[in-house]
Design a protein around this ligand. Structure first.
Ligand code: NDP
Length: 327
């Protein structure tokens, strides 16, 4: 494993990390979740990503029990939560980025994860109904109180992140250090273009999600939805709709064999190529992997060895395919 600094912070994060979305507490049973987390930790992964909304809090409960039983030193790993979507009922203050929800969601995540502090705490989406000053003050207070070590955003626009930095500068608050955006061969514009000034001016870090576009970039959906896959999982119809009915999906699926051919030429697999391509971007601090089986994780860690083989010539060939279909 290799480690990168998380943006301007002193924190070292593994280049590959592991997240619990739609798997823990949902798609996989607890024994598999335990194997996955141990496989990741044993490979040197030091960041485990989670959120209040994942399996309605259950993903954090499952992860918390595994962390507690593991015997791992708390100093040896980073764990996150994210707030915004809520998970309880539909009451007015159970979602969003108000001080009330951010503080209550943080306390609930600490209880479920069975830890004394969150290493990273994200605002899971922007909240147009809450003044950014209130959100920044609440996140900064949680840092000052030691309940959160670093805070960040997820899927905020560059303008929204810049506004948060400016508020923090003006009020002398702890500023965000990380954004968590989607980044893969089919979804790249925001990370590569829109956020450009934030890397230079603010040295913002990124922990990027869905490196395999939920599995599209494995080739498994080239000819329909195979049994046992994420999109075939009962209860995941909403995600199947989101992924397989997205604009330009036919062109994306048609691009997969050409990408797989480059992987084959390099003697590797398409998932490894797709993950290594994300890592090649120096503004990516950590690529968050998802997996439903330990063997997938083991395969995907091989992306690290592929990095030196992604020469500018190979990157150019990948670009010529990806840029035609990517958002
Ligand atoms: P990916 O796009 O990499 O998808 C992971 C899924 O692809 C696995 O669960 C598995 O699904 C399949 N897969 C993985 N490796 C292989 C392989 N080698 N061969 C075949 N299939 C494979 O990542 P995720 O979408 O899971 O995102 C990663 C993490 O990012 C999440 O867990 C979460 O922590 C974070 N995230 C954050 C979001 C945000 O808004 N901030 C949004 C979404 C995710 P299967 O076997 O079931 O088909």
């Amino acid at each position: 494993m290799t480690y990168r600094h998380l943006g301007s912070s002193g924190l070292k994060i593994s280049a590959l990390s592991f997240g619990a979305w739609v798997t823990f507490g949902k798609q996989v049973g607890d024994p598999v979740a335990e194997k996955l987390l141990h496989t990741a930790y044993d490979a040197g992964v030091n960041f485990f990503d989670n959120a209040e909304a994942y399996a309605d809090g259950q993903a954090e409960t499952v992860m918390g029990a595994i962390l507690k039983a593991s015997g791992w030193r708390r100093s040896s790993y980073l764990v996150s939560s994210k707030a915004f979507f809520g998970y309880e009922d539909e009451k007015p203050n159970q979602t969003g980025l108000s001080r009330k929800h951010l503080v209550e969601a943080c306390h609930a995540a600490l209880r479920r994860l069975q830890v004394d502090y969150l290493d990273l705490y994200y605002c899971h989406r922007p909240d147009p109904e809450t003044p950014v000053e209130e959100t920044c003050n609440a996140m900064s207070d949680l840092v000052t109180q030691g309940k959160v070590l670093y805070w960040g955003t997820s899927e905020w626009s560059a303008a929204q992140i810049k506004a948060a930095f400016n508020v923090c500068d003006h009020l002398g608050l702890h500023h965000p250090v990380v954004e968590q955006p989607q980044y893969n061969l089919f979804h790249r514009t925001r990370v590569e273009r829109e956020y450009g000034p934030l890397y230079l001016g603010r040295r913002m870090g990124t922990t990027t999600w869905s490196p395999l576009a939920s599995g599209l970039l494995t080739g498994k959906y080239n000819a329909g939805v195979p049994a046992g896959s994420r999109l075939a999982t009962p209860g995941m119809e909403w995600l199947q709709e989101l992924i397989l009915k997205q604009p330009g999906i036919e062109r994306k699926i048609a691009a997969v064999p050409a990408l797989a051919a480059i992987a084959a030429e390099l003697g590797t697999s398409l998932p490894r190529l797709a993950i290594a391509w994300c890592l090649k971007n120096p503004h990516v601090s950590s690529v968050i992997l998802g997996a439903s089986r330990p063997e997938q994780l083991t395969e995907n860690f091989g992306a690290l060895d592929l990095l030196p083989h992604l020469t500018s010539e190979v990157m150019g060939r990948i670009d010529r395919i990806s840029l035609l279909v990517a958002e």
